[in-house]
Design a protein around this ligand. Structure first.
Ligand SMILES: [Zn+2]
Ligand SMILES: [Zn+2]
Length: 426
């Protein structure tokens, strides 16, 4: 089995940490237990030479780090399209995979004719998703386009703010050339199974990390079953589902856009609560940011709990450092957390091995009972979350005390905001 993370960013992408390098990504991917990564941002005028200098391409379109134990990458980027279609402004992010250096150079040339690419690793273009497919098909049939984080409100192909209701609405007659969507952190496969028109789409999962750390990299990933990592094997799996064995997910409640709400107003609503408020924020009276769960409720023609025929297997996990951080109540990158993390990695080799396979008894030999038990609870889906909303990550609730603390925190936040509003209006 191979585990791939196909949506990566470089340090040149907006809001991404400035110390990301391909080597650091490779090092952490090994710790995580990932088998390959996307290069991220391949069209960026500074990242492109970085890729060419630090990695070596083989005849299968795979790029390897130049070290004794080389790590593989594939050519990958994400672009943002802003355009008007069917009377509505659209903002859609697409991940693009390229089969080799030659094709990548042609993609870069074509994109370069349509806009600047030096200001952000995820550049914005004014053409449509349909034109993107036409442009890529005219370069090579082996290029794969995958709509990114497909349900997020602002940039998802099915998102609430500027998305479409179906693949066909977005791509029209070109939809036959697009085969998969990225679920995104705020959605999990069972949510997408509820919409019958999504049945033909293959689901992949990626982490879209903004740093190289193991609590971001590979938090979502795609599982492949083929003999060798080649570009052709990867896209065959994405296109046909053959060789695509499933995904690694976080709990969708963990994602930043699962629920509806307003971050600055401290308002977080379930779809039902939003409905009661006519999708208007009770604090500022503006429209709420409608999240992924609500969007699924709008599109679904099947009940919650529906299981799709021949559905691929998925694991619902939480990055190990975050799990330890929640239990020890220390920051995710503190020494204390890192110490426990390293104990587990040095004993069981990779983080995904710890999260997916190691038994409770074995875990208890290395870390305290609470950490060991929580690993198993997460694996079995027995941990609750306070859902993320409007750009805020969801949070793990380990016990009632936790929940009370979160409620108190929210209450204080709301009070301080309210105070701010009052003094503003006076
Ligand atoms: Zn994106
Ligand atoms: Zn508000």
């Amino acid at each position: 089995m191979f585990i791939g993370d196909l949506h990566i960013h470089s340090k040149y992408a907006r809001a991404c940490s400035k110390d990301i390098t391909l080597q650091r990504l490779a090092d952490n991917a090994k710790l995580k237990g990932l088998s390959f990564l996307g290069t991220g941002d391949f069209q960026h005028p500074k990242h492109y030479p970085d890729i060419l200098n630090s990695l070596q391409e083989d005849s299968n379109g795979i790029l390897w780090t130049k070290e004794t134990n080389p790590f593989p990458f594939i050519w990958q980027t994400e672009i943002s399209l802003m355009y008007k279609q069917d009377g509505k402004g659209r903002r859609i992010h697409h991940t693009i995979l390229s089969p080799n250096k030659g094709v990548t150079a042609q993609i870069i040339e074509s994109l370069g004719k349509r806009g600047r690419m030096d200001y952000d690793g995820r550049p914005i273009f004014g053409f449509s998703s349909i034109e993107l497919v036409e442009m890529m098909r005219s370069i090579s049939e082996d290029i794969e386009i995958i709509p990114a984080h497909c349900l997020t409100p602002y940039f998802g192909i099915f998102g609430s703010m500027s998305g479409f209701d179906s693949f066909e609405d977005c791509f029209k007659e070109k939809s036959k050339y697009v085969n998969a969507v990225e679920t995104g952190l705020s959605a999990a496969p069972p949510m997408l199974w509820r919409v019958s028109k999504f049945d033909k789409l293959n689901l992949i999962s990626s982490s879209d990390p903004h740093s190289y750390h193991s609590y971001r990299l590979g938090r979502e990933a795609t599982l492949f079953d083929f003999k060798q990592i080649t570009y052709q094997n990867i896209i065959k799996a994405i296109r046909t589902g053959e060789g695509l064995s499933g995904t690694i997910e976080v709990d969708p409640n963990y994602g930043k856009y699962h629920f509806d709400g307003h971050r600055v107003c401290g308002v977080s609503f379930s779809p039902e609560e939003s409905k009661k408020h006519n999708n208007i924020c009770p604090v500022c009276r503006q429209k709420l940011t409608i999240g992924v769960q609500n969007r699924i409720e709008q599109l679904a023609d099947r009940p919650e709990g529906f299981v799709k025929n021949n559905a691929k297997k998925f694991y619902s996990l939480l990055p190990l450092a975050e799990l330890i951080s929640v239990i020890l109540k220390k920051g995710v990158s503190t020494k204390t957390v890192l110490q426990e993390y390293n104990k587990l990695i040095s004993k069981f080799n990779t983080e995904l091995n710890v999260l997916m396979d190691v038994s409770l008894e074995d875990l208890k030999l290395v870390v305290n009972e609470k950490i060991a038990e929580t690993v198993i609870k997460i694996r079995e889906g027995k941990v609750r979350y306070k859902p993320g909303f409007d750009g805020n990550y969801g949070r793990v609730i380990l016990d009632d005390k936790d929940e009370n603390n979160l409620i108190k925190e929210d209450h204080n936040f709301l009070k301080s905001i309210q105070k701010g509003l009052d003094s503003f209006s006076h």
